[in-house]
Write a protein that binds this ligand. Structure first.
Ligand code: PMP
Length: 366
Protein backbone atom coordinates (compact mmCIF):
# COMPACT_ATOMS: atom_id res chain seq x y z
CA UNK A 1 0.00 0.00 0.00
CA UNK A 2 1.56 3.28 -1.12
CA UNK A 3 1.73 6.07 1.42
CA UNK A 4 1.66 8.67 -1.35
CA UNK A 5 -1.44 10.79 -1.88
CA UNK A 6 -3.85 9.60 -4.58
CA UNK A 7 -2.76 11.89 -7.41
CA UNK A 8 0.88 11.02 -6.88
CA UNK A 9 0.37 7.24 -6.72
CA UNK A 10 -0.61 6.98 -10.37
CA UNK A 11 2.00 9.45 -11.57
CA UNK A 12 4.60 8.47 -14.14
CA UNK A 13 7.72 10.61 -14.00
CA UNK A 14 8.61 13.09 -16.74
CA UNK A 15 10.74 11.29 -19.36
CA UNK A 16 13.65 13.52 -20.32
CA UNK A 17 15.83 13.03 -23.41
CA UNK A 18 18.52 10.41 -22.88
CA UNK A 19 21.76 12.01 -21.66
CA UNK A 20 24.83 11.47 -23.87
CA UNK A 21 26.85 9.80 -21.08
CA UNK A 22 24.05 7.35 -20.35
CA UNK A 23 23.89 6.20 -23.98
CA UNK A 24 27.67 5.98 -24.10
CA UNK A 25 27.67 3.69 -21.03
CA UNK A 26 24.78 1.57 -22.31
CA UNK A 27 26.21 0.92 -25.75
CA UNK A 28 29.92 1.25 -25.01
CA UNK A 29 30.19 4.23 -27.39
CA UNK A 30 32.59 7.16 -27.20
CA UNK A 31 30.56 10.10 -25.83
CA UNK A 32 32.42 12.47 -28.16
CA UNK A 33 30.89 10.72 -31.16
CA UNK A 34 27.31 11.02 -29.91
CA UNK A 35 24.98 13.85 -30.89
CA UNK A 36 21.91 14.74 -28.86
CA UNK A 37 18.96 16.30 -30.64
CA UNK A 38 16.40 15.25 -28.06
CA UNK A 39 15.66 18.05 -25.60
CA UNK A 40 15.19 21.18 -27.70
CA UNK A 41 18.45 22.58 -26.42
CA UNK A 42 20.35 25.39 -28.09
CA UNK A 43 23.06 23.83 -30.30
CA UNK A 44 25.29 26.95 -30.20
CA UNK A 45 26.63 26.42 -26.69
CA UNK A 46 26.16 29.17 -24.11
CA UNK A 47 26.46 32.89 -24.85
CA UNK A 48 29.96 34.24 -24.06
CA UNK A 49 28.33 37.01 -22.03
CA UNK A 50 26.47 34.46 -19.91
CA UNK A 51 29.67 32.45 -19.41
CA UNK A 52 31.61 35.51 -18.27
CA UNK A 53 28.85 36.42 -15.81
CA UNK A 54 28.83 32.90 -14.38
CA UNK A 55 32.60 32.95 -13.90
CA UNK A 56 32.33 36.20 -12.02
CA UNK A 57 29.46 34.95 -9.87
CA UNK A 58 31.41 31.86 -8.77
CA UNK A 59 32.94 33.90 -5.95
CA UNK A 60 29.48 34.16 -4.39
CA UNK A 61 28.84 30.43 -4.06
CA UNK A 62 28.92 30.50 -0.26
CA UNK A 63 26.10 33.04 -0.13
CA UNK A 64 22.39 32.52 -0.68
CA UNK A 65 21.12 33.86 -3.99
CA UNK A 66 19.10 37.07 -4.16
CA UNK A 67 15.70 35.54 -3.42
CA UNK A 68 13.93 38.42 -5.13
CA UNK A 69 16.06 38.28 -8.25
CA UNK A 70 16.26 42.07 -8.28
CA UNK A 71 18.69 42.49 -11.17
CA UNK A 72 17.14 39.88 -13.41
CA UNK A 73 13.70 41.39 -12.88
CA UNK A 74 15.10 44.83 -13.71
CA UNK A 75 16.62 43.48 -16.91
CA UNK A 76 13.42 41.67 -17.91
CA UNK A 77 11.41 44.72 -17.06
CA UNK A 78 13.59 46.95 -19.24
CA UNK A 79 13.58 44.55 -22.17
CA UNK A 80 9.88 43.72 -22.22
CA UNK A 81 8.28 46.88 -20.82
CA UNK A 82 6.65 45.11 -17.89
CA UNK A 83 6.87 45.99 -14.20
CA UNK A 84 9.15 43.97 -11.90
CA UNK A 85 6.08 43.41 -9.71
CA UNK A 86 4.50 41.42 -12.56
CA UNK A 87 7.35 38.91 -12.71
CA UNK A 88 7.73 35.59 -10.89
CA UNK A 89 11.05 33.80 -11.35
CA UNK A 90 11.30 30.04 -11.44
CA UNK A 91 13.76 27.17 -11.48
CA UNK A 92 13.09 26.83 -15.18
CA UNK A 93 9.59 27.58 -16.38
CA UNK A 94 8.57 24.07 -15.25
CA UNK A 95 8.86 25.35 -11.70
CA UNK A 96 6.58 28.30 -12.47
CA UNK A 97 4.04 25.99 -14.16
CA UNK A 98 3.97 23.83 -11.07
CA UNK A 99 3.67 26.75 -8.65
CA UNK A 100 0.82 28.22 -10.72
CA UNK A 101 -1.05 24.92 -10.57
CA UNK A 102 -0.59 24.60 -6.82
CA UNK A 103 -1.71 28.20 -6.21
CA UNK A 104 -4.83 28.19 -8.32
CA UNK A 105 -6.15 24.63 -8.45
CA UNK A 106 -6.83 21.85 -5.95
CA UNK A 107 -8.36 18.38 -5.89
CA UNK A 108 -11.82 19.77 -6.64
CA UNK A 109 -10.64 21.57 -9.81
CA UNK A 110 -10.47 20.80 -13.48
CA UNK A 111 -7.47 21.86 -15.56
CA UNK A 112 -7.86 22.06 -19.34
CA UNK A 113 -5.07 21.40 -21.86
CA UNK A 114 -4.77 20.05 -25.37
CA UNK A 115 -4.07 16.51 -26.54
CA UNK A 116 -0.36 16.35 -27.54
CA UNK A 117 0.40 19.37 -25.33
CA UNK A 118 3.53 19.68 -23.20
CA UNK A 119 3.75 16.72 -20.78
CA UNK A 120 4.23 18.83 -17.67
CA UNK A 121 0.60 20.12 -17.72
CA UNK A 122 -1.04 16.73 -17.04
CA UNK A 123 1.78 15.89 -14.66
CA UNK A 124 1.41 18.88 -12.34
CA UNK A 125 -2.39 18.58 -12.56
CA UNK A 126 -2.32 14.96 -11.49
CA UNK A 127 0.20 15.64 -8.73
CA UNK A 128 -2.24 17.92 -6.90
CA UNK A 129 -5.15 15.51 -7.43
CA UNK A 130 -7.01 17.82 -9.84
CA UNK A 131 -8.81 16.48 -12.88
CA UNK A 132 -6.98 16.98 -16.17
CA UNK A 133 -9.25 17.56 -19.15
CA UNK A 134 -7.38 16.71 -22.35
CA UNK A 135 -9.13 18.27 -25.35
CA UNK A 136 -8.70 16.44 -28.69
CA UNK A 137 -6.27 18.27 -30.97
CA UNK A 138 -7.06 19.58 -34.44
CA UNK A 139 -4.37 18.90 -37.06
CA UNK A 140 -2.02 18.20 -34.12
CA UNK A 141 -2.52 21.75 -32.78
CA UNK A 142 -4.71 23.11 -29.99
CA UNK A 143 -8.41 23.18 -30.90
CA UNK A 144 -9.04 26.48 -29.15
CA UNK A 145 -12.82 26.43 -29.79
CA UNK A 146 -13.11 22.99 -28.24
CA UNK A 147 -10.96 24.12 -25.32
CA UNK A 148 -13.38 26.98 -24.63
CA UNK A 149 -16.24 24.51 -24.74
CA UNK A 150 -14.46 22.20 -22.29
CA UNK A 151 -14.63 24.82 -19.54
CA UNK A 152 -17.01 23.96 -16.70
CA UNK A 153 -17.82 25.51 -13.33
CA UNK A 154 -14.91 23.56 -11.89
CA UNK A 155 -12.29 24.74 -14.39
CA UNK A 156 -9.59 26.83 -12.73
CA UNK A 157 -6.77 26.75 -15.24
CA UNK A 158 -6.25 26.38 -18.97
CA UNK A 159 -2.79 25.68 -20.39
CA UNK A 160 -1.96 26.78 -23.93
CA UNK A 161 1.55 26.21 -25.30
CA UNK A 162 2.24 28.59 -28.17
CA UNK A 163 4.23 27.25 -29.99
CA UNK A 164 3.43 23.81 -28.62
CA UNK A 165 5.90 21.06 -27.80
CA UNK A 166 6.13 18.34 -29.22
CA UNK A 167 4.08 19.31 -32.28
CA UNK A 168 5.52 22.78 -33.01
CA UNK A 169 2.05 24.06 -33.86
CA UNK A 170 1.27 27.73 -33.22
CA UNK A 171 -1.71 30.07 -33.19
CA UNK A 172 -1.58 33.64 -34.45
CA UNK A 173 -2.43 36.72 -32.39
CA UNK A 174 -6.00 36.88 -33.66
CA UNK A 175 -6.82 33.31 -32.68
CA UNK A 176 -5.26 33.77 -29.23
CA UNK A 177 -7.16 37.00 -28.61
CA UNK A 178 -10.46 35.56 -29.76
CA UNK A 179 -9.79 32.58 -27.45
CA UNK A 180 -9.04 34.83 -24.47
CA UNK A 181 -12.19 36.84 -25.19
CA UNK A 182 -14.23 33.71 -24.59
CA UNK A 183 -12.60 32.60 -21.33
CA UNK A 184 -14.52 33.56 -18.19
CA UNK A 185 -12.63 35.97 -15.92
CA UNK A 186 -12.67 33.40 -13.08
CA UNK A 187 -10.53 30.99 -15.14
CA UNK A 188 -6.79 31.60 -15.47
CA UNK A 189 -5.09 31.05 -18.80
CA UNK A 190 -1.42 30.08 -18.84
CA UNK A 191 0.11 30.99 -22.18
CA UNK A 192 3.35 29.04 -22.29
CA UNK A 193 5.74 30.86 -24.61
CA UNK A 194 8.83 28.70 -24.09
CA UNK A 195 9.61 28.89 -27.83
CA UNK A 196 8.31 32.39 -28.63
CA UNK A 197 11.73 33.80 -29.55
CA UNK A 198 11.84 31.54 -32.59
CA UNK A 199 8.68 33.12 -34.01
CA UNK A 200 10.04 35.74 -36.25
CA UNK A 201 8.39 38.42 -38.35
CA UNK A 202 4.67 38.45 -38.87
CA UNK A 203 4.03 35.18 -37.07
CA UNK A 204 5.19 36.64 -33.78
CA UNK A 205 2.59 36.47 -31.04
CA UNK A 206 3.51 38.43 -27.95
CA UNK A 207 1.50 37.28 -24.98
CA UNK A 208 2.98 40.07 -22.87
CA UNK A 209 1.15 42.68 -24.95
CA UNK A 210 -2.16 41.05 -23.98
CA UNK A 211 -1.68 41.18 -20.21
CA UNK A 212 -3.34 44.53 -19.69
CA UNK A 213 -6.46 43.49 -21.52
CA UNK A 214 -6.73 40.09 -19.87
CA UNK A 215 -6.10 40.16 -16.10
CA UNK A 216 -6.65 36.38 -15.99
CA UNK A 217 -3.65 35.75 -18.27
CA UNK A 218 -0.25 34.43 -17.14
CA UNK A 219 2.56 34.26 -19.70
CA UNK A 220 5.46 31.89 -19.00
CA UNK A 221 8.85 32.01 -20.69
CA UNK A 222 12.25 30.37 -20.32
CA UNK A 223 15.97 30.91 -20.69
CA UNK A 224 16.41 27.23 -21.66
CA UNK A 225 15.81 27.47 -25.40
CA UNK A 226 16.73 30.45 -27.60
CA UNK A 227 18.72 31.95 -24.72
CA UNK A 228 20.76 28.75 -24.35
CA UNK A 229 20.79 28.23 -20.56
CA UNK A 230 18.91 24.94 -20.12
CA UNK A 231 21.31 23.60 -17.52
CA UNK A 232 21.04 26.56 -15.18
CA UNK A 233 17.24 26.43 -14.77
CA UNK A 234 15.82 29.91 -15.15
CA UNK A 235 12.31 30.72 -16.28
CA UNK A 236 9.66 33.23 -15.35
CA UNK A 237 6.06 34.26 -15.61
CA UNK A 238 4.58 37.67 -16.25
CA UNK A 239 1.06 38.36 -15.00
CA UNK A 240 -0.88 40.96 -13.09
CA UNK A 241 0.98 42.06 -9.92
CA UNK A 242 -1.84 40.44 -7.88
CA UNK A 243 -1.22 37.04 -9.42
CA UNK A 244 2.57 37.47 -9.17
CA UNK A 245 2.16 38.30 -5.50
CA UNK A 246 0.38 34.99 -4.90
CA UNK A 247 2.95 32.99 -6.89
CA UNK A 248 5.77 34.65 -5.02
CA UNK A 249 4.26 33.55 -1.70
CA UNK A 250 4.31 29.90 -2.68
CA UNK A 251 7.51 29.48 -4.71
CA UNK A 252 10.66 28.38 -2.89
CA UNK A 253 12.43 31.49 -1.56
CA UNK A 254 15.70 30.70 -3.38
CA UNK A 255 14.35 28.87 -6.41
CA UNK A 256 16.80 30.46 -8.88
CA UNK A 257 20.44 30.16 -7.92
CA UNK A 258 23.14 32.80 -8.15
CA UNK A 259 24.75 31.43 -11.32
CA UNK A 260 21.41 31.18 -13.10
CA UNK A 261 20.45 34.72 -12.08
CA UNK A 262 23.79 36.09 -13.27
CA UNK A 263 23.74 34.23 -16.58
CA UNK A 264 20.12 35.08 -17.37
CA UNK A 265 20.66 38.76 -16.60
CA UNK A 266 23.75 38.86 -18.81
CA UNK A 267 22.28 36.94 -21.73
CA UNK A 268 19.38 39.38 -22.02
CA UNK A 269 22.03 41.87 -23.14
CA UNK A 270 23.39 39.51 -25.82
CA UNK A 271 21.21 40.37 -28.77
CA UNK A 272 23.74 38.91 -31.17
CA UNK A 273 23.47 35.49 -29.51
CA UNK A 274 19.68 35.55 -29.71
CA UNK A 275 19.76 36.48 -33.38
CA UNK A 276 22.28 33.76 -34.14
CA UNK A 277 20.14 31.20 -32.26
CA UNK A 278 17.15 32.12 -34.39
CA UNK A 279 19.11 32.12 -37.66
CA UNK A 280 20.77 28.76 -37.03
CA UNK A 281 17.38 27.39 -36.10
CA UNK A 282 15.62 28.74 -39.20
CA UNK A 283 18.34 27.35 -41.49
CA UNK A 284 18.41 23.98 -39.73
CA UNK A 285 14.63 23.75 -39.96
CA UNK A 286 14.82 24.27 -43.74
CA UNK A 287 17.59 21.69 -43.98
CA UNK A 288 15.52 19.04 -42.18
CA UNK A 289 12.30 19.89 -44.01
CA UNK A 290 13.97 19.49 -47.37
CA UNK A 291 15.64 16.22 -46.32
CA UNK A 292 12.33 14.84 -45.07
CA UNK A 293 10.77 15.91 -48.38
CA UNK A 294 13.46 14.03 -50.33
CA UNK A 295 12.94 10.95 -48.17
CA UNK A 296 9.17 11.10 -48.64
CA UNK A 297 8.54 11.52 -44.91
CA UNK A 298 5.67 13.60 -43.57
CA UNK A 299 6.40 16.10 -40.84
CA UNK A 300 4.42 18.61 -38.82
CA UNK A 301 5.49 22.14 -39.80
CA UNK A 302 7.03 23.60 -36.64
CA UNK A 303 7.44 27.06 -35.18
CA UNK A 304 9.83 25.84 -32.47
CA UNK A 305 13.43 24.59 -32.42
CA UNK A 306 12.39 20.99 -33.13
CA UNK A 307 10.28 19.08 -35.62
CA UNK A 308 8.14 15.96 -35.35
CA UNK A 309 8.56 13.60 -38.29
CA UNK A 310 6.34 10.62 -39.11
CA UNK A 311 8.64 7.62 -39.57
CA UNK A 312 5.84 5.06 -39.54
CA UNK A 313 4.96 2.12 -37.36
CA UNK A 314 8.56 1.04 -36.91
CA UNK A 315 9.41 4.22 -34.98
CA UNK A 316 10.74 2.28 -31.94
CA UNK A 317 13.13 0.23 -34.12
CA UNK A 318 14.19 3.31 -36.05
CA UNK A 319 14.85 5.11 -32.79
CA UNK A 320 16.93 2.15 -31.58
CA UNK A 321 18.94 2.17 -34.80
CA UNK A 322 19.56 5.92 -34.40
CA UNK A 323 20.79 5.34 -30.84
CA UNK A 324 23.14 2.62 -32.03
CA UNK A 325 24.49 5.10 -34.57
CA UNK A 326 25.08 7.59 -31.75
CA UNK A 327 22.14 9.90 -32.53
CA UNK A 328 19.71 10.70 -29.73
CA UNK A 329 16.27 12.04 -30.71
CA UNK A 330 12.98 11.88 -28.83
CA UNK A 331 10.34 9.19 -29.34
CA UNK A 332 6.95 10.71 -28.48
CA UNK A 333 4.76 7.63 -28.10
CA UNK A 334 4.19 8.85 -24.54
CA UNK A 335 2.41 11.86 -26.03
CA UNK A 336 0.14 9.53 -28.02
CA UNK A 337 2.23 9.98 -31.20
CA UNK A 338 3.80 6.54 -31.69
CA UNK A 339 4.71 7.06 -35.38
CA UNK A 340 6.62 10.31 -34.83
CA UNK A 341 10.10 11.09 -33.64
CA UNK A 342 10.81 14.61 -32.42
CA UNK A 343 14.17 15.94 -33.43
CA UNK A 344 15.66 19.18 -32.13
CA UNK A 345 17.31 21.44 -34.68
CA UNK A 346 21.08 21.18 -34.36
CA UNK A 347 24.07 22.70 -36.09
CA UNK A 348 24.17 22.02 -39.87
CA UNK A 349 26.60 19.12 -39.46
CA UNK A 350 24.52 17.58 -36.66
CA UNK A 351 21.37 17.81 -38.78
CA UNK A 352 23.22 16.17 -41.65
CA UNK A 353 24.41 13.37 -39.39
CA UNK A 354 20.90 12.78 -38.14
CA UNK A 355 19.55 12.65 -41.72
CA UNK A 356 22.25 10.18 -42.72
CA UNK A 357 21.55 7.98 -39.70
CA UNK A 358 17.81 8.14 -40.38
CA UNK A 359 18.30 7.14 -44.05
CA UNK A 360 20.47 4.27 -42.89
CA UNK A 361 17.85 3.16 -40.36
CA UNK A 362 15.01 3.36 -42.91
CA UNK A 363 17.05 1.55 -45.55
CA UNK A 364 18.43 -1.26 -43.47
CA UNK A 365 15.53 -2.25 -41.25
CA UNK A 366 13.55 -5.24 -42.54
N1 PMP B 1 7.09 24.69 -21.76
C1 PMP B 1 7.31 24.00 -22.87
C2 PMP B 1 6.27 24.03 -23.93
C3 PMP B 1 8.49 23.25 -23.01
O1 PMP B 1 8.69 22.52 -24.11
C4 PMP B 1 9.45 23.26 -21.98
C5 PMP B 1 10.75 22.50 -22.07
N2 PMP B 1 10.73 21.28 -22.60
C6 PMP B 1 9.15 24.00 -20.83
C7 PMP B 1 7.98 24.70 -20.75
C8 PMP B 1 10.04 24.01 -19.63
O2 PMP B 1 11.31 24.40 -19.85
P1 PMP B 1 12.25 24.92 -18.66
O3 PMP B 1 11.75 24.29 -17.38
O4 PMP B 1 13.59 24.46 -19.03
O5 PMP B 1 12.07 26.39 -18.63
Amino acid sequence: QSLAVKGVQALSPYQPGKPIDELARELGLNPDGIIKLASNENPLGPSPKALAAVREALDELCRYPDGNGFELKQALSARFAVKPSQITLGNGSNDVLEVITRCFADSSSEVVFSQYAFAVYPLVTQAIGAKGVSVPAKDYGHDLDAMVEAITDRTKLVFVANPNNPTGTVHGAEAIESFLDRIPARVLVVLDEAYCEYLQGEGYVDGLSLLERYPNLIVTRTFSKAWGLASLRAGYSVSSPEIANILNRVRQPFNVDTLALAAATAVLGDEEYLQRSCEVNAQGMKQLESSFGEMGLEYIPSAGNFIAVDVGERAPEINQSLLEQGVIVRPIAGYGMPRHLRVSIGLPEENARFVEALSHALGTLP
